[in-house]
Each structure stands twice: as structure tokens, then as C-alpha cells.
Write a protein that binds this ligand. Structure first.
Ligand code: SF4
Length: 403
């Protein structure tokens, strides 16, 4: 049986560049949005024409700020996707949005275009923290955006949070979590702040201008989130992700609100990439497109006759043919992120023809001895998964499987 594929579409526009962000996104280039949408449609047609009958079961519009596009622009992109691929009847189609960029009209049009899941970048409910992150919204805007999304018919909402901020206290984090669950989202993501090289936050911290957050306090915040969200009915299914329990947990104990698109990444399954700087993994390739908006548009406008292997389009500037060892390493790094499902011996063996302990005998024994990984039996298969300590010291575990 052919595995269903996913699609990631990158929208690299933001009204303002936040000081901690290292995503491929640009402020002040909104004039290029119409040309960019046309280039995306060309890329979708180009890849779709070479993909055969590819079933797509998830689509993710990420950014950047995808909600800067208009309803009609989303409708044209969705039409292009439906013409080029077979979207499954129950496809999960997500969009990332900034709370300050949505109106009832826009959300109604986006929902009508077929987008059924929305992920709001909330980050914090505390005004000081939002200001420090240079976010342009306050928490009232979040409350309004959630209510507008509900009225527009979105039954699957994610709210994104960041913890471990400079000068953030456990108290303000607890308040943020409380306010977030009061909004009753189906899904919550919480990531620790990382100070990325090349961002203003990275520069300020290396010059001692930004107080560093205390790693012990960040660990306490993570502990608190695990406990608090569990008590409020959320299943912790991935290191940084929680989904509302809805009685539909399957064999790997996932809520049906778990993000199916991100599960595709964590299970090392194929996804096609569209847009500037987008990364894809399909047909044995990992590949990525040109970063700059103008270069991306020019390459799509000029390269329609290129003879390229599927899944590469004229926008692709990096390609890597995966070795078996690449796939095995990445499989371990990705699947270990799944808190409950972990890495199943049966799935690993059916993909790679050998057992996990045959390939990583020393590493697995050591990680189990150190209390970072545990071995359980589930559904007649052995499963390796991170312990609570392993989730806090994830990098120590992941280092063992780097190629
Ligand atoms: S809105 Fe999001 S993507 Fe845009 S700059 Fe801020 S953090 Fe980055």
C-alpha cells in the first residue's frame, strides 16, 4: 500500500520580525505576496504533474505569517492543490496565524477554502513577556481571535506557547497555562526559548545584554506544564505537544486532535515542500528551496522546462540522496520524540529489516541504564521511549543517534 504523503507550504512574510525568531521570514515585503502566490501555484503544478497519483492527507501552511494572505489567495492555493494531487476526504489542512491578523471575513473565507485547523502563535498571556518577545498582540486579541475562529467554524485549534523566557517566573507561566486552558483549545504546543545565533536575542545575550533564563527554572516550568495539562485532559503525545483527550485514542494512544501533519515528520514519513526555504523529504531525497522570496519567484518563472527528478522543482537548491544510515538515524531522532508511542521495534524492523538492538546495542543498553530510555511491551511489540528524565535531557539521548 502506498503511504499517504503530506505537504508543507511556506509563507515567508511577517509584518514585523520578532527579536528571537530565526525562521526564514521577511518583514516589509508584503507587496510581493501576489507574485509569490502565483509562484507557489506554478510549483504545485510542476510537482503535481510529476507525482503520479499521490494521496495527500495533511497540508500545513506555515511561516512566517500565513494569515497575511487573503481568503481568495488561499482559495486559489487550495484549488491548485486539489487539481494537482488527490486530497483525502478527511485531510487535515492547517494554517499558522498571528492573532492580530485575522478578521471574521478572512477566517470564514479560509474555512470555506477547506482549511480546517488553525494554529495561533500566542506565546504568553503576560503583557510584559509579549512585549519582550516583540509580539504585536496582547492577550485580549488572542481571546478575540479564538472566538472569531470558533464562529468561523474551526473545531480544531492549536495555541503555541514559549517558556523559559528571560526574567519569566513560574508564577507567570502558571497564569499563562491557566488562561490558555480556559480557551479550551484542542491542542497546545509549548517550546522552550532557544537563543539562536544571528537573531537579536542571540546577539544581545552573547554581549550580556539579555538576562539568561535559568535552566532549572525552565525544567520546573516543563514539569508544571506536564502535570497541569494532564489534569486538564490533555494527552502529552510529543515532547512539546499536547492534544485534548477525546476518547478516540488509538493503538499508539493518540487523541484524534494530535497534529497529523507533525506526526508525519516525527514518524519519518514523506512530505513535499513548497515555497521559499521550504524543506521536503520524499522519494529518498531530503531537499530544500531557495531562501529568498525574489530568487524563489524568479526560479519558478524561468525554470518551467527543467528536467528534474521528482520531488525537485526549479526552486530546489539543495538535495541529498538519503542513505540507509541517514534514514535510520533520523527515524530514531524523530520517533523518540513521541512520548507514548516511542520507537516500536516492529515498525523499525519492517522498515529497515533489522532490530533496534541489532543496530544500536551499546547505545540502547547505556540509555536504559542511565534512566533516559525505557523499554515497554505494547501491542505485542517492544517499544523504546524517553523517560521523564530523558525528556528533560533529550539532547543527551539524541546525540547517540546522530549520523
Ligand atoms: S511572527 Fe512568528 S514567524 Fe514572524 S517574525 Fe515573529 S516569531 Fe518569526
Amino acid at each position: 500500500m502506498k503511504t499517504d504523503t503530506s505537504i508543507y507550504i511556506h509563507i515567508p512574510f511577517c509584518k514585523h520580525r520578532c527579536a528571537y525568531c530565526d525562521f526564514n521570514t521577511y518583514a516589509g515585503q508584503e507587496d510581493s505576496i501576489p507574485a509569490y502566490v502565483n509562484a507557489l501555484i506554478r510549483e504545485i503544478e510542476f510537482i503535481g504533474g510529476r507525482s503520479g497519483q499521490t494521496n495527500i492527507h495533511t497540508v500545513f501552511f506555515g511561516g512566517g505569517t500565513p494569515s497575511l494572505l487573503s481568503g481568495p489567495q488561499f482559495a486559489s492555493l487550495m484549488d491548485a492543490l486539489r487539481a494537482a494531487f488527490t486530497l483525502t476526504a478527511d485531510a487535515e489542512v492547517s494554517i499558522e496565524a498571528n492573532p492580530g491578523t485575522v478578521s471574521p471575513e478572512k477566517l470564514t473565507a479560509i474555512r470555506k477554502a477547506g482549511i480546517n485547523r488553525i494554529s495561533f502563535g500566542v506565546q504568553s498571556a503576560n503583557m510584559e513577556e509579549l512585549r519582550m518577545l516583540e509580539r504585536e498582540h496582547d492577550f485580549f486579541t488572542v481571546i478575540e481571535a479564538v472566538s472569531t475562529a470558533r464562529k468561523a467554524g474551526f473545531g480544531n485549534l492549536n495555541l503555541d506557547l514559549i517558556y523559559g523566557l528571560p526574567e519569566q517566573s513560574l508564577r507567570t507561566w502558571q497564569t499563562t497555562l491557566q488562561r490558555i486552558v480556559e480557551l479550551e483549545p484542542e491542542h497546545i504546543s509549548a517550546y522552550a526559548l532557544t537563543l539562536e545565533h544571528g537573531t537579536p536575542f542571540g546577539k544581545w545575550s552573547s554581549k550580556g545584554l539579555l538576562p539568561l533564563s535559568d535552566p532549572d527554572l525552565a525544567a520546573d516550568m516543563y514539569d508544571y506544564a506536564e502535570e497541569f495539562l494532564k489534569n486538564n485532559g490533555y494527552i502529552h503525545y510529543e515532547i512539546s505537544n499536547w492534544a485534548l483527550e477525546n476518547g478516540e485514542s488509538g493503538t499508539d494512544r493518540l487523541s484524534s486532535f494530535s497534529c497529523r501533519h507533525n506526526l508525519q515528520y516525527w514518524r519519518s514519513l514523506p512530505y513535499l515542500a513548497f515555497g521559499a526555504g521550504a524543506h521536503g523529504y520524499a522519494s529518498g531525497y531530503r531537499y530544500s528551496n531557495a531562501l529568498r522570496i525574489k530568487t524563489y519567484i524568479d526560479r519558478l518563472n524561468n525554470g518551467q522546462n527543467s528536467k528534474l527528478d521528482f520531488p525537485l522543482s526549479p526552486a530546489a537548491v539543495n538535495q541529498h540522496k538519503q542513505t540507509r544510515q541517514d534514514d535510520i538515524s533520523e527515524y530514531m531522532l524523530n520517533n523518540l520524540r513521541l512520548v507514548l508511542a516511542g520507537v516500536a521495534e516492529s515498525d523499525f524492523r519492517s522498515r529497515f529489516g533489522s532490530g533496534i538492538s541489532d543496530i544500536y546495542p551499546k547505545e540502547m543498553n547505556q540509555l536504559i541504564r542511565d534512566g533516559l530510555v525505557e523499554k515497554k511491551t505494547s501491542e505485542n511489540s517492544e517499544v523504546f521511549r524517553l523517560t521523564k528524565r530523558g525528556r528533560l535531557l533529550g539532547n543527551q539521548v539524541f546525540m547517540q543517534f546522530l549520523p
